[in-house]
Design a protein around this ligand. Structure first.
Ligand code: NAP
Length: 265
């Protein structure tokens, strides 16, 4: 598993064991020789690529870095997998869509990314699909669970007494990395290929996501709902960032996942 120390990678390592882990410091997915040597020596049946450049705003001024990790790197991994006959499981994002639909996006909807990050992830999808037949691309949204993810940031701000203005007009399916890891393994077991959406059931504004995090954590701090325009950012984000699937079940409802996250060991 590549990118093993990220929030999704860590959950997959929890499920599949430490021996599956290949962190960034061991192999960069942009290093063709290292990727080839790794896959040739380990001869895995399945490779999970959890490595990504996820700094959505920074990508606007670092497009080369974003495309190297999100498009070229996955292509190199896909080519190495093809040589070994391994299945590649790669992850992508709701940010490949522009958010103008009034319904959650399904797999057949046409991508039209608004940001460099979204464009680099879409290019990654295209390049891995081009590279080999044994490819599964799992698109997800608003992943949480890692120590730097949204719930932790909200709790830190609440506990340090800061005000909590949170955007209300961008909607997403908050998806627990632990649930996505289990879903990815299940999808491989089902022999799924091509593009599939895997997200929590239900969609919500970031403000209500923050309220759920605080309520489930027993922190009585008010969240102030604000429009995106109150937070000018380098990258444009889809207002409707909600996904649904015509190919796979929804994961458990996002609110249940937040409760489980708050009560985690
Ligand atoms: N986070 C979200 O809200 C979200 C939403 C939709 C889709 N996704 C997608 O879901 C997948 C998993 O995301 P995540 O949140 O688990 O990401 P993450 O926590 O940012 O983890 C990504 C990992 O990749 C590593 N990495 C960066 N460049 C690398 C390289 N060249 N070679 C190898 N490893 C490299 C990072 O290391 P460093 O930390 O040391 O850089 C980090 O450990 C990604 O494909 C992401 O695009 C995420």
């Amino acid at each position: 598993m590549l990118g093993a120390k990220g929030q999704l990678g860590s959950e997959l390592v929890r499920m599949l064991g430490a021996a599956s882990a290949v962190p960034y410091e061991q192999v960069s997915i942009t290093d063709a020789e290292a990727v080839d040597a790794l896959i040739a020596s380990r001869k895995p049946e399945v490779v999970f690529n959890c490595a990504a450049y996820n700094a959505v705003d920074r990508a606007e001024s670092e497009p080369d870095e974003a495309f190297a990790v999100n498009a070229q790197g996955p292509f190199l991994v896909a080519v190495a997998c093809r040589r070994q006959g391994a299945t590649l499981v790669h992850f992508s994002t709701n940010f490949v869509f522009d958010g103008t639909h009034d319904q959650p996006y399904v797999e057949a909807d046409e991508p039209s990314p608004l940001s460099v990050y979204g464009k680099s992830k879409l290019e990654g999808e295209r390049r891995v699909l081009e590279a080999g037949p044994r490819v599964l691309i799992v698109r997800t949204a608003a992943l949480f669970g890692g120590p730097l993810s949204f719930p932790h940031r909200i709790l830190d701000r609440a506990r340090s007494g800061q005000r909590l203005p949170v955007v209300s007009d961008q909607h997403v399916n908050p998806t627990f990395a632990r649930d996505l890891a289990a879903a990815a393994v299940e999808l491989v077991e089902q022999g799924m290929a091509g593009i599939v959406h895997a997200v929590s059931e239900g969609c919500t504004g970031w403000d209500d996501f923050a309220r759920a995090v605080l309520a489930e954590s027993g922190v009585g701090v008010e969240v102030e709902s604000v429009p995106s325009s109150a937070y000018p950012s380098a990258a444009r984000r889809p207002l409707n960032g909600c996904l649904a699937s015509t190919r796979y079940r929804a994961l458990r409802p996002w609110r249940q996942a937040v409760r489980d996250w708050a009560n985690r060991a």
